[in-house]
Design a binder for this molecule. Structure first.
Ligand code: ADP
Ligand code: ZN
Length: 207
C-alpha cells in the first residue's frame, strides 16, 4: 500500500469483513500513520452508530480516534475540503451515495479509506459496499475467528432476527462465524427471505 502524501491522483481503499475482524483497528492504524506524517485527516462515521459515544471511532479492542458523525455519505462532502486523507467507518450504514461520494473525493486527489461490512447477517452482500469494492484501487478483506470452531470467519452470525440489517452493535447479538458454522435465524427464513439460506447466497458464486 502506497502511503505517501496524495498529490495529483487520489484513490479509494476499502477494508471489509465480518464483525470483530479488525476493520476498525486497521482503519485507525492507517489514519494514525497519516496523522503522524502530518497529513490533514478527516474521519467520519454514520450517526446511527453511537455505541461508544458520538465523537470517536472505537474498535472492539478499545482503540479510538476522534471522528465526526454524518447521517449520510453526502454530508461528508461539506467537511472534506481541507482534508488530504478521509477515513470512513461503518460504510454500509451511509447509504447508496457512498460510492459516488468516495469517487468525488478521490477525483479531488484525496486518499479515501472506507471500512465496512461486506455481508449482512444472512451472508448476503451489504449495499453499497459491493459497489464501492468495484471502484476501489485497494481492497483488504479481514477475517475474524469463528466462535464455534476457531477457523477463519468471514460471516457475522446474528442470534435473533429482530431489527433487520441495521441493529448496531448489541452485546451478545452478533458473533463471528465461518461459512460452515454460520446459520440464518429461523425467523428470517420463515419471513420469506428467498435468497437467504438454505439457497446459495450470491457471494458464494464469486469463489
Ligand atoms: P471490526 O471493526 O471488524 O468489527 P474491530 O477492529 O472493532 O473489528 O475489533 C477487532 C478486535 O475484536 C480484535 O482485535 C479482538 O480483540 C476482538 N475480537 C472479539 N471477538 C473476536 C473474534 N471472534 N475474532 C477476532 N477478534 C475478535
Ligand atoms: Zn466455524
Amino acid at each position: 500500500m502506497n502511503e505517501t502524501r496524495p498529490t495529483k491522483s487520489g484513490w479509494i481503499e476499502v477494508v471489509v469483513g465480518p464483525m470483530y475482524s479488525g476493520k476498525t483497528e486497521e482503519l485507525i492504524r492507517r489514519l494514525r500513520r497519516a496523522q503522524i506524517a502530518r497529513q490533514r485527516v478527516e474521519i467520519f462515521k454514520p450517526s446511527i452508530d453511537v455505541r461508544y459515544g458520538a465523537d470517536h471511532i472505537v474498535s472492539h479492542s478499545e482503540l479510538r480516534i476522534p471522528s465526526r458523525l454524518v447521517p449520510t455519505a453526502t454530508d461528508i462532502l461539506a467537511h472534506a475540503d481541507e482534508a488530504e486523507v478521509i477515513g470512513i467507518d461503518e460504510g454500509q450504514f451511509l447509504g447508496p451515495e457512498l460510492p459516488r461520494v468516495a469517487n468525488t473525493l478521490a477525483d479531488q486527489g484525496k486518499r479515501v479509506i472506507v471500512a465496512g461490512l461486506d455481508q449482512d447477517y444472512r451472508g448476503l452482500p451489504f449495499e453499497p459496499m459491493p459497489q464501492l469494492l468495484a471502484i476501489a484501487e485497494y481492497i483488504t478483506k479481514t477475517l475474524a475467528i469463528c466462535m464455534v470452531c476457531g477457523e477463519p470467519a468471514g460471516r457475522t452470525q446474528k442470534h435473533r432476527a429482530e431489527g433487520g440489517r441495521v441493529v448496531v452493535g448489541g452485546a451478545g447479538l452478533y458473533e463471528a462465524r465461518c461459512r460452515r458454522c454460520h446459520t440464518v435465524p429461523v425467523e428470517d427464513r420463515a419471513g420469506g427471505q428467498a435468497q437467504a439460506k438454505p439457497a446459495a447466497p450470491p457471494v458464494q458464486e464469486i469463489a
